[in-house]
Design a protein around this ligand. Structure first.
Ligand SMILES: [Zn+2]
Length: 247
């Protein structure tokens, strides 16, 4: 089962890669064979084996020898690791399927935000919906339901004050779903981690990269998802013992 989960992850990652280049570009998301981005040659089965094709061909196109983006193997490996982690946490098939969809969507949001500097509304909307399903299965208790809006509020406020320049609207929409998916205390833990790591990386980029100013855009979704991942997979929860949350 573990091997099956890993395989599913690798295939999922491969699909996410293709989707990240197609969604929002006018190309069909599901139709059409994969092609080399440089020479346009249709890729065969041997070119599409997750991770292994990249390693075997040493990161180059078989037909024109141009370099293939390392996004491909990286996302495939990340999706595989996520799938294995999800299986460890939720071996029951239905729960596994649910969290698999959730984390593939979150990984996709990361890839898409890094590549296009935007979070597709379809993704944040779907994640919010899945989050509500999670809240519903918990029985709609007040704190689980409040988690989404409470965690999204600071980000939405930042967007409102800056008219979307400090923080994109999509980040707040994403956090709404993350709050519902993780609950208040775990969600807040992920949120704080995201700000710490985001601030550290932001400062490092300012110092190390020439031409980067405070005004330059740094996609924030990767940090939100990273924080959520640490909270979810490592059961990190700074606040579970706060008495007020048991009222
Ligand atoms: Zn090529």
């Amino acid at each position: 089962m573990l091997v099956a989960a890993a395989l599913l992850g690798a295939i999922g990652g491969s699909f996410l890669n293709a989707l990240s280049f197609r969604l929002g570009t006018g190309k069909s998301v599901l139709r059409g064979r994969s092609r080399c981005m440089r020479c346009g040659h249709t890729l065969g089965v041997l070119d599409l084996v997750p991770v292994f094709s990249y390693l075997f061909l040493r990161g180059r196109c078989r037909y024109c020898a141009s370099k293939v983006s390392w996004q491909y193997p990286l996302v495939e490996v990340a999706a595989t690791v996520l799938a294995v982690g999800i299986y460890y946490r939720n071996p029951e098939p239905l729960l596994f399927a649910y969290w698999f969809v959730v984390w593939m969507l979150l990984l996709f949001v990361v890839v898409y935000d890094l590549r296009h500097y935007i979070i597709p509304w379809s993704c944040s909307g779907l994640l919010a919906l899945l989050g509500l399903v999670h809240v519903w299965t918990l029985g709609f208790d007040a704190w689980s339901f409040a988690a989404g809006p409470l965690l999204a509020a600071p980000l939405l406020l930042l967007s409102l004050v800056s008219r979307g320049t400090w923080m994109g609207w999509g980040d707040g929409a994403l956090e709404l779903g993350l709050g519902w998916l993780l609950g208040l205390t775990m969600g807040l833990t992920g949120f704080i981690l995201a700000f710490w790591v985001g601030a550290a990386v932001g400062i490092a980029v300012l110092i190390l990269k020439k031409g980067y100013t405070m005004k330059s855009e740094l996609p924030f979704a990767p940090f939100l998802v990273l924080g959520a991942g640490v909270a979810y997979f490592f059961h990190a929860d700074f606040f579970s013992t706060l008495p007020i949350l048991f009222l």
